[in-house]
Design a protein around this ligand. Structure first.
Ligand code: ZN
Length: 671
């Protein structure tokens, strides 16, 4: 499961930490911006650890073609055609059409295909079809990704509708239950298979009595051959084999410099899984991996998240390479060590408290390479593995990518967002001083403790709240974090310098929940996404319940709306009160109360405030989505031995994408 930047909404808030001369912002186009991130403390690692990061980073990029292919069967053909033109075009590169062509190409790189990475709809080129035809016809024939025996006209006839016709394969993933969701989705997990056939095929594999079920279908494409359903498994001698072989090659090198036997063992298990596609080996690997809490270097590499499959069965390929941030991890360790204290003092009915809290291992990491579905846009937190039975029996590993949140934060400096939505300088000062610190702490408390706190009454199903479950669960975790953030215990544990620091997060949270998150909602629409619903629920409920004491005040200044917090202590008590109620309805499975809470506070938007906020945001000209250029590693060698690994920070998105495509393109055009 991932925790995305959009769900924690750090957009536009500042920190006071210095950024030296590093440029975090690189460029902006369409609704996207390209950022860079730093890898602090890399030089403090030993040569072995650096080598390990170097090899794992290669493995993280080696599978890049896979995600293009998974995101749609024409993506590699389109990407290779675009890149051919980028490299060889001899005409006017300053013309408007060519500039539009470059924006389209960069969007394809950003989304790993022709569908928006977040909204999943197909984006269309701003240049005319005729211009593209001209570019392709001027290209060198031998360099175009033609099918065998195909001429340019046939090639264009196949590609043009996919790129330019909004009705052809319009969506990557369709969740519309009234249609055949597989037919309506362009994602390349199924071929000539109906939704009903796929559902039946995988239902037949399940045994409800199996307490350790495999993740059936996770790593394969389901196709029909001679009228029969067949799985094409992703493995070295199967589908995506040429890319998987390269991943394995680098994992084998990584294995030789593993930090300890446990790490060596799970890398071996991962290699064996890639070679066989065996899902039992995948589970064994995950169990071994999550038990490694000692190694400094760590990584994710595999077919992991199933968000892109309308049936939530098949996983996209992704990679993150990282090492532990020792200093920041002390923070999550202090929190985990005191988990029982927090549980015992939680402002909920004692019947709903956990008698014995089982800790989640949590650490703060420094990312050094992002790959596959996790690049260029990335999650800021990850909690794995995903298999429910493994989480229950063996636990899970939760990580926060703090050099990434730091980059977001730094890139937002001076973009005007904070100034636009702050009532006065004292609010700006408070957030500048403590905002970054308490934002991260909020995430830690939410992830390590919030979700794991409390218990259900015997006999209550965890699904009792049905479609309101995820909003209320996110609310519960957020409230737990908010309530404790301003607790004197936090100062006592050394996690914040003063209780006032927590007020920065209170201010940001309320402002976001009541106002600034509306920038991402289209006018006339309601709030759908669970994290966004939860934030409005909490902010609006506290605003309303605190009205008699004027806890949160709506202020109008120069025709603009602001929300000022007049009483932080009372606000904290309101967080505690709402936590008590949300825990009660979860523990008792009180669907009616949960429904009322969400429907009354979380869904509907004040249309006038919405319009105002959108207008204020538009004037700032900020792109709502960000992605990253990866650092690059250079290995210095002597007599065939690596003697040092250096890190560099490229600043040109196009250059990096072209380089990756040249050096890491292993798959055939159609898969
Ligand atoms: Zn959460």
């Amino acid at each position: 499961m991932i925790f995305s930047i959009l769900s924690s909404c750090k957009q536009g808030e500042k920190s006071s930490a210095p950024a030296e001369d590093f440029k975090f912002f690189s460029e902006q186009f369409a609704d996207l911006k390209i950022l860079r991130y730093q890898v602090p403390d890399f030089d403090s690692l030993d040569l072995n650890q650096k080598k390990l990061l170097f090899y794992l980073s290669k493995a993280a990029i080696a599978g890049r073609d896979i995600i293009y292919s998974q995101n749609g069967e024409y993506n590699l053909a389109i990407r290779r055609t675009l890149e051919n033109i980028v490299e060889n075009y001899k005409g006017d590169r300053n013309s408007k059409d060519f500039q539009d062509f470059m924006v389209y190409t960069k969007r394809v790189w950003f989304s790993n295909g022709i569908y928006h990475h977040y909204g999943s709809e197909k984006f269309l080129p701003a240049f005319p079809k005729e211009y593209f035809t001209e570019l392709v016809k001027a290209a060198e024939l031998s360099k175009l990704p033609l099918r065998e025996g195909q001429n340019v006209d046939a090639f264009l006839a196949e590609l043009l509708p996919v790129m330019f016709d909004p009705t052809v394969l319009p969506k990557k993933v369709s969740q519309d239950p009234s249609s055949d969701m597989i037919k309506a989705s362009a994602v390349n997990f199924y071929k000539d298979v109906t939704e009903a056939e796929a559902v039946k095929f995988y239902e037949a594999m399940k045994n409800p009595k199996d307490e350790q079920p495999l993740s059936y279908g996770l790593n394969s494409k389901l196709v029909k051959q001679n009228g029969k359903l067949v799985e094409l498994v992703y493995k070295t001698d199967g589908l995506y084999g040429p890319a998987i072989k390269e991943i394995v090659k680098w994992l084998e090198k990584a294995q030789t410099v593993a930090e300890n036997d446990l790490q060596k063992d799970y890398i071996a298990k991962l290699i064996s899984y890639y070679n066989t596609g065996d899902l039992k080996t995948w589970d064994d690997y995950n169990i071994a991996w999550l038990k490694d809490t000692l190694s400094r270097v760590d990584f994710v590499n595999g077919f992991i998240e199933n968000y892109e499959d309308p049936l939530s069965i098949k996983a996209t390929w992704e990679a993150i390479v990282n090492f532990k941030d020792l200093k920041a991890t002390k923070r999550t360790e202090i929190i985990s060590e005191n988990a029982q204290w927090f549980e015992d003092h939680s402002p909920i009915d004692p019947r709903f408290r956990k008698e014995k809290v089982k800790g989640v291992t949590a650490k703060v990491i420094t990312a050094v390479q992002l790959g596959g579905d996790n690049a260029p846009a990335t999650a800021i937190g990850v909690n794995l593995p995903n298999a429910d039975w493994i989480r229950k029996e063996h636990g899970s590993k939760s990580v926060t990518l703090e050099n990434i949140t730091y980059a977001y934060d730094q890139a937002a400096q001076g973009n005007g967002f904070l100034e636009e939505f702050s009532l006065d300088q004292s609010e700006i000062d408070l957030i500048e001083k403590y905002g970054f610190m308490t934002d991260n702490l909020h995430t830690d408390l939410h992830e390590c403790l919030g979700h794991g706190s409390g218990q259900l009454l015997p006999g209550v199903s965890s699904e009792a709240l049905k479609n309101y479950q995820s909003t209320l669960e996110e609310a519960r975790a957020d409230l737990f974090a908010l309530y404790y953030l301003a607790d004197p215990k936090m100062v006592e544990l050394g996690l914040i310098p003063t209780v006032e620091a927590a007020h920065a997060e209170y201010l940001k949270y309320i402002r976001n929940g009541l106002m600034t998150q509306l920038t991402r909602i289209e006018l006339g629409k309601n709030i759908e996404e669970a994290h966004m619903r939860n934030r409005q629920l909490i902010a609006k409920w506290c605003y309303e319940k605190g009205q008699k004491d004027n806890v949160i005040e709506k202020v109008t200044k120069d025709g603009k709306t602001y929300f000022r917090i007049n009483d932080y202590d009372k606000l904290r008590m309101l967080f505690g009160e709402l936590l008590k109620e949300v825990q009660r309805l979860k523990s008792e499975g009180d669907y009616a109360a949960g429904k009322a809470l969400v429907e009354n506070y979380a869904v509907k938007v004040d249309p006038e405030l919405h319009k105002e906020v959108k207008e204020r945001f538009a004037k700032l000209n900020l792109a709502p989505y960000s992605g990253f250029i990866n650092p690059e590693f250079v290995a210095e060698e002597k007599d065939g031995e690596i003697t040092n690994v250096k890190i560099t920070y490229p600043n040109d998105f196009t250059e990096q994408m072209m380089k990756y495509s040249k050096e890491f393109s292993f798959l055939p055009t159609y898969n």
